[in-house]
Design a protein around this ligand. Structure first.
Ligand code: PLP
Length: 404
């Protein structure tokens, strides 16, 4: 039987690509007493986190914060901008793109799902040229929005969002661009304004280093215009009352007060270090993890090295080896959680997270758990991935930590 003190010694290695480990500094900030969400202090906190989140999304325009998981913010993006039966174009990059598509269908939208056939598309990013070609056929402009996932968490593949924007512009099409960067935000470079995104969806428990429970919509002026004519039913998710109350740092209903303390702390950490510094270190960890997979003689789920995710690395197991059985060995023997294969790639791969609060040594430890677990599962490895990652990190060390 599994009891709640299942992890009796040392620290559990939570290496799934979200929820990610929460730094002590954030946990301590969240342990402050809950305050009156209509009192004077809350307005200061609310205004601060709303402004900080604009910096994280790299936008001058409003960011909405919901007390909900990322799925809620997915729904909010659609119900605030669209009307029953509207045609939306979505691109299949993996399991999360598929779930957003399923949600759109359940909302009563005409959701067209394009992509590469079979499981091959789950090793690639969004093909902007396919979106451009499809929009050019839509001369009557029946398509109201294009929805894509920036960092496909089920595969470890990123997509070029600026290229999707160019595709829409090249087709001279007025559709909104909606992007899910639930797992990418604050670990992978993301530019809401510069890339011309209309609605960006994100969440707390991945790159932002918070527990699950809050999620976001970053919205463009064009998205706000669309919201004025949108007729899908909405109340909890409605942007209008949120935007009105947010002007003074308050919310129309009870916000997630203690998670807001955590969010404020996370923003201080991320913005204090600088977004560029944060993005560069996740890229470096991706390189270390990929070096390990190659040294084992295994394949990375992402087929295009240009698109390797800074957030996670997907590891394909050899024919005949059940990736979930390997994960189980690693969990039971080495107290390390890895991400399962989802949907079309279930049992064929597992995922190593290197998002949020990570460092060279935690990643090397996770890779050593993988290496031992693969060997215990009977996988013949061609070399040591741990050694390859150590070689990469020592050849490319981070600047010496400054301790004043
Ligand atoms: C985690 C995730 C989601 C779902 O978010 P929840 O918080 O689980 O509702 C959606 N899209 C992507 C890309 C994700 O990584």
């Amino acid at each position: 039987m599994i009891s709640l003190d299942f992890h009796p010694v040392g620290r559990h290695f939570l290496q799934i690509p979200g929820p990610s480990p929460v730094p002590d500094r954030i946990l301590r900030a969240m342990s402050l007493p809950t305050i009156d969400h209509r009192g004077p202090e809350f307005g200061v906190l609310g205004s601060k986190v709303l402004k900080d989140m604009q910096k994280i999304f790299q936008t001058q325009h409003p960011v909405i914060i919901y007390p909900a998981s990322g799925t809620g913010a997915w729904e909010a993006a659609l119900v605030n901008t669209l009307s029953a039966g509207d045609h939306v174009l979505m691109f299949e990059t993996g399991h999360f793109a598929s779930l957003w598509n399923k949600l759109a269908v359940r909302m009563g939208l005409k959701a067209e799902f394009i992509g590469l056939p079979g499981a091959e598309g789950w090793r690639q990013g969004v093909k902007a040229e396919m979106i451009e070609a499809r929009l050019k056929q839509d001369s009557g402009h029946s398509i109201k929005a294009v929805c894509v996932v920036h960092n496909e968490t089920s595969t470890g593949v990123t997509s070029d969002i600026a290229a999707v924007r160019r595709a829409i512009d090249n087709a001279k099409h007025p559709a909104l661009l909606m992007v899910d960067t639930i797992s990418g935000l604050a670990s992978a470079d993301y530019r809401h304004d510069e890339w011309g995104v209309d609605v960006t969806v994100s969440g707390s428990q991945k790159g932002l280093m918070l527990p699950p429970g809050i999620s976001f919509n970053a919205i463009s002026p064009k998205a706000i215009e669309f919201s004025k004519n949108s007729t899908l039913p909405k109340s909890f998710w409605a942007w209008d009352e949120m935007l009105e109350m947010n002007k003074t740092g308050y919310f129309p209903y009870t916000p997630n007060t203690n998670l807001m303390y955590g969010l404020s702390e996370a923003c201080d950490m991320i913005l204090g270090q600088g977004l560029d510094v944060v993005f560069a270190r996740h890229k470096r960890w991706s390189k270390g993890a990929v070096a390990a997979v190659k040294a084992w003689g295994l394949e990375v789920q992402c087929a295009d090295p240009e698109l390797y995710s800074p957030i996670l690395t997907g590891v394909m197991t050899p024919e005949g080896i059940d990736a979930d059985a390997v994960r189980k060995v690693i969990y039971e023997r080495f107290d390390c959680s890895l991400g399962t294969g989802l949907g079309k790639v279930k049992g064929r791969m597992f995922r190593i997270g290197h998002l949020g609060d990570c460092n060279d040594l935690t990643l090397i430890a996770a890779l050593s758990a993988c290496e031992m677990g693969l060997k215990l599962s009977g996988v013949k490895l061609s070399g040591s991935g741990v050694q390859a990652a150590m070689d990469y990190f020592s050849a490319n060390p981070i600047p010496a930590l400054i301790r004043p």
